[in-house]
Design a protein around this ligand. Sequence first.
Ligand SMILES: [Zn+2]
Length: 135
Amino acid sequence: MHEWAIAMSVVSSVEKWALERNAKVKKVLLSIPSLSMLEVEILREAFNVIKKDSKIADAELEVIVRDQNFSCRACGNKFTLKDIRSQLEPILRDFGEENPLHVVPALITTFAKCPKCSSHDFEVDSSIKVEAVEI
Ligand SMILES: [Zn+2]
């Protein structure tokens, strides 16, 4: 049900933005990190239901899945899922689609480390961003 809470906050923030500018919103472009576990279809469905009672009832939601970013708390290195893919291969091979990372993305810090300094203390970017609003 996380999707509904997100859709609700996207609708209300874009609605506020549109009211301030007296703009008619045609499209909202949202980006989510690839490890977010969010179901894009549920997100869109939730958006479509919630928007009906708002000032952006005609807006369409487009969701893009962006490359998962990490940032190391030990050395400040920034890296992406691609950079640590090889470290995760054993676990993906053993568990396939049912791998624990799919269920609990935060576990990635247990299985992977910073490619630069080998620390397991890195931050997983989980921000949901409104990238653009088309009017
Ligand atoms: Zn590091």
